[in-house]
Design a protein around this ligand. Sequence first.
Ligand code: NAI
Length: 286
Amino acid sequence: MQLEDIKKIGVVGAGTMGQGIAQISALAGYKVILYDLQSSALDTAKKNIGKNLDKGIERGKVTAEEKDQALSSIAFSTDFELLKADIIIEAIVERLDVKKELFEKLENQNSEKTILASNTSSIPITRIARDLRHPERFVGMHFFNPAHIMKLVEVISGVATSDDTSKVVYELAKVLGKVPVMAKDAPGFIVNRVARNFYVEGLKVLEEGVSDVKGIDRLVEASGFKMGPFRLMDLIGVDTNFSVTTSMFNAFHQDPKFRPSRIQEQKVDAGHHGRKSGKGFYDYSA
Ligand code: NAI
C-alpha cells in the first residue's frame, strides 16, 4: 500500500477519539466510514463533528463548503460489513481482548493490502497483532485528545510491523495535518508513559488529603500547565484514563509507580466518566 492508494479511511469507535479522527480524515478529502456498535454514539459523533466544524468556520479555518463536503464524506454506520477501507483506524474501548477480536474480524473482511491501525494509548502493538495473519500490516497510530486539534501522532511499530506500513501511516498523518513521531513498541509508548505520573500522583495527593480536586488543579495550572490532572482526566474520559493506567500497571509487572487509584475506580463504577457523561471530577450538567 502506498499513500496514493489510500482513498477510504475506516474509523471504528465513534467516541471521544473516533469523532475527531473521522473529522480530520474527511476534511483532508478522504471518504470515511465511521462505525460504532451503538447508533446513539454515531448520532452524538455527527452532532459534535458538525459543532467542531462550525467553530472552525468561526475561526476562519474551515469554509462552509468544506464543512458540507466533510460531513457528506462520512458514512455513519452500525453495519460491520460496510467496514471495508484502505486503512482502518480503531478507537474502541481500551481492552486487549476486545481489540484483538475486532482486528481478526476486520482482517477477514478486508483486502490483503488494507492497513490496520490502533489508536490504543497503552496496549503493546505487538500483543494486539499476535494472532493476525498479517501483523506486518498492523501499526499503532496514536492521536491525542482532542484529535481534531492536537498535532502530535505517535506511529508505533510492533515487532512484526513492516517499514512500508509505518512509513505510509507516517505520511498519512502528515496529510491529516499532524506532526508524526515514530516510536518503538512499549507499554504506554512515549507520551503516556512520561505523563502517567501526572495523573497517578495527582490522585495520590487527593487520596492523602493534601488538597482537593479544585485546589490541585488550580495550583498545577498556576504553575503553567494548561490543565490540571483532574480537568484533564475529565477531558480524556475517567474510564479511559483508568483503563490506560491499569493496562500500564500490568504491563510493567505491577510497578507501584503506575498503581491505579481507588478513587478513580469508584468514579468509573459510578458512571462518572467526565465530560462525555456530564460528570466526572467536575459537574458539567449545567
Ligand atoms: P470512548 O469511550 O469515548 O469511545 C469508545 C467508543 O467505542 C464508544 O462509542 C463505544 O460504543 C465504541 N465501542 C466499544 N467497543 C466497540 C466495538 N467492539 N466495536 C465498535 N465500537 C465499539 O473512548 P475513547 O476515549 O475515544 O478511546 C478510544 C481509544 O482511544 C482507546 O483505546 C483509548 O486508549 C485511545 N485514546 C484515548 C484518548 C483520550 O484522551 N480519550 C487519547 C488517545 C487515545
